[in-house]
Design a protein around this ligand. Structure first.
Ligand SMILES: [Fe+2]
Length: 155
């Protein structure tokens, strides 16, 4: 079996925030995502998906609330657009959870095509986290971090 080449996520210097807690949240996300990417093409792929979805749930609960509270406090002009992306993430994770539960129910009734079916969900999850990293962390979160850095420098 040929194992596909996977892209791992990185924390580069320019992604770091002046707010340490935000960096911890980012590190948690990257660690969970990379663990999933490492295991997704192995027999542990399905279990690692269950673990990842639970981590993404934790990440959205702790990180979004914290980051949004700073936005409000600092009157960040991009607050609304940023919050919409957070909502889209929550919806995306809920959809993946739903797919997982539907498959559980289906495979309880029939074992046929179980592996292929899981593979599709693993690929969808992989695309979801890469997209979040490229579109939100590298752009939207970075934009907010740059704003915070600027605010910080005025002190
Ligand atoms: Fe964000």
């Amino acid at each position: 079996m040929i194992t596909p080449n996977r892209t791992y996520l990185e924390i580069t210097e320019d992604l770091l925030s002046v707010e340490e807690t935000l960096n911890e949240h980012l590190a948690n996300f990257i660690t969970a995502a990379n663990m999933f990417i490492k295991e997704m093409d192995t027999p542990a792929g399905y279990q690692s998906l269950v673990k990842l979805l639970s981590s993404l749930n934790d990440y959205s609960r702790s990180h979004f609330i914290y980051q949004e509270s700073i936005m409000e406090l600092k009157y960040y002009p991009g607050e609304s657009e940023h919050k919409i992306e957070h909502l889209e993430f929550i919806t995306g994770v809920a959809k993946l959870f739903k797919e997982l539960l539907l498959r559980k129910k289906k495979h309880y009734l029939s074992e046929s095509s179980k592996l292929d079916d899981h593979k599709l969900l693993l690929e969808d999850t992989y695309s979801f986290i890469l997209n979040w990293y490229n579109e939100h962390i590298l752009l939207t979160d970075k934009h907010f971090n740059d704003f915070l850095k600027f605010e910080w420098s005025k002190k």
